[in-house]
Design a protein around this ligand. Structure first.
Ligand code: GTP
Ligand code: MG
Length: 457
């Protein structure tokens, strides 16, 4: 991992948009003297120097030696503390061609800007108190979000929802610490009326512990929205897998026919169900085949099915459940990841066996139930109750540490253990939560977080 440069004194510059041909590109600068340094390579330096905060100035970036115009730009001036980083800053919108960007950037570094390291702008925003660590991490997640829902959850964190939730938990712990310390600081006989009462009750601690655990559990939902879940369609030949694949994709993608063994190579595609990205695999129908190509297709499908997070097992309702189906369902490693489907129900004569979802790919009957089942399995029983979910392993590990300390607190309270031991556990829980928001941080922690960012963020 590359060490970040923690010197926040010097002015920095970086391209904030991608290194590719585009209409416009944005180059960010920040730091002491950033306005003066940018003015040194600007066609009308006085206008930049005298610009009020958050105003845009039109002009050219020039080569200060020759005076040659390098690109036509709009420079937006931000004055501390009203900027992303909290420092003076100039954002330059130039043309998006790579030569234009290179020329503007080298002119800026010639003027005295240093190339910014990954995440350095957001690091400065954190150091200057513009963001806590949960919001800083959300910045990275917003940039890398792959779905609308993942983006909206990260945006919720950026607006401080997670920080506020952590603050509530911290307040709960602080109240308990105060109650304990009051008794530690004053001998019991000096506290009229309170003498003899143990200052905490186990139920309050348990409630706090379960709130911390709930937040920790939301990591799973956050990950599902970010990375998605692989879903495999399985079943005997002709069960209707490819038809259901096409229905889910809303596209005539897989070949459908009444001939058994139509699908050979498995095919895959991304869909979104209730905001959850699902990677759907249509597989070869399962049967004993003499044909080496079909047999190879079935073998590969078996691997896809074994690795899928969720398996949809289709049984053709006009054929009914046979021994082979029963065997697959019985032997399936994790019933919680299996959804059984009674397919072609528009033409069914028998009603669906217990636990099966009746579905028709012809009329889309049962599709809503299937979507409910998919999101239920993907998000777990608890689902997401509100839109505060965590999305980083760092946050989850710290929440687990806090939950562990609260569990120990609860056990100590149950046996009315000495109060200094209880206070120690509570403080450990508080420290863990403080590390999540960044009140307690070290260079290592910051390096871990910000080095994952892209340059320019
Ligand atoms: N009436 C009706 N027919 C369906 C339905 N779904 C599929 N079929 C028909 O069933 C036959 C097999 O469908 P496929 O989707 O190709 O079945 P498959 O499971 O992919 O078959 P293989 O690729 O051979 O394993 C086709 O003739 C479809 O038109 C349905 O919901 N209702
Ligand atoms: Mg098929």
């Amino acid at each position: 991992m590359k060490e970040l440069n923690y010197n926040t004194e010097d002015p920095i510059a970086a391209l904030a948009t991608g290194w590719e041909e585009s209409a416009l590109a944005v180059i960010r600068t920040s730091g002491i003297e950033s306005i003066e340094l940018a003015a040194a390579v600007f066609s009308d330096p006085d206008r930049l120097l005298n610009a009020a905060g958050t105003t845009a100035v039109y002009g050219y970036i020039i080569d200060p030696g020759s005076g040659e115009r390098l690109d036509e730009v709009v420079a937006t001036v931000f004055r501390a503390p009203k900027s992303y980083t909290g420092e003076n800053s100039v954002e330059i919108s130039c043309h998006g061609g790579i030569p234009a960007v290179s020329a503007v950037l080298s002119s800026l570094t010639g003027a005295g800007f240093r190339n910014a390291a990954p995440g350095e702008f957001t690091l400065r925003a954190f150091v200057n108190g513009k963001l806590d660590l949960t919001r800083a991490e959300a910045v990275h997640e917003i940039v890398t979000a792959k779905t609308v829902k993942a983006h909206s959850l990260a945006l919720n964190r950026l607006s401080g929802a997670l920080e506020r939730r952590i603050d509530q938990l911290k307040t709960g712990i602080l109240d308990m610490i105060s109650a304990v310390e009051l008794l530690l600081d004053y001998p019991e006989d000096e506290l009229d009326g309170q003498a003899g009462d143990y200052p905490l009750n186990a139920e309050d601690v348990a409630n706090l512990q379960s709130a911390v655990e709930k937040l920790s559990d939301s990591f799973r939902a956050g990950k599902v929205f970010r990375d998605g879940v692989p879903v495999a369609l399985a079943g005997r030949t002709n069960a209707g897998k490819s038809s259901l694949f096409n229905l889910l994709l809303k596209e005539d993608r897989a070949i459908v026919s009444e001939i058994h063994g139509t699908t050979r190579d498995y095919i895959e595609s991304w869909i979104t169900v209730k905001g959850i990205p699902l990677r759907i695999f249509d597989t070869a129908g399962l049967r004993d085949s003499e044909n080496p190509i079909e047999a190879e297709g079935i073998k590969r499908s078996g691997e896809v099915i074994a690795e899928a997070g969720i398996v949809l097992y289709l049984v053709d309702s006009s054929e009914g459940l046979n021994a082979e189906d029963a065997k697959f369902i019985r032997n399936f490693s994790d019933p919680k990841r299996l959804i059984c489907i009674w397919s072609k129900v528009d033409a069914a004569s028998a009603s669906a066996p217990e636990g099966f979802i009746p579905l028709s790919s012809l009329t889309a009957e049962g599709l809503g139930k299937l979507e409910d089942a998919l999101s239920g399995i993907a998000l777990g029983k608890k689902g997401i109750e509100d839109d505060v979910v965590i999305d980083s392993l760092r946050q989850r590990d710290l929440l687990n540490r806090a939950a562990e300390a609260l569990l120990k607190t609860k056990e100590a309270v149950l046996v009315e253990a000495p109060l200094d031991a209880v206070a120690m556990e509570l403080k450990d829980a508080l420290d863990a939560l403080g590390e999540i928001t960044g009140e307690i941080s070290s260079a290592d922690i910051l390096n871990n977080i910000f080095s994952n960012f892209c340059v320019g963020k």
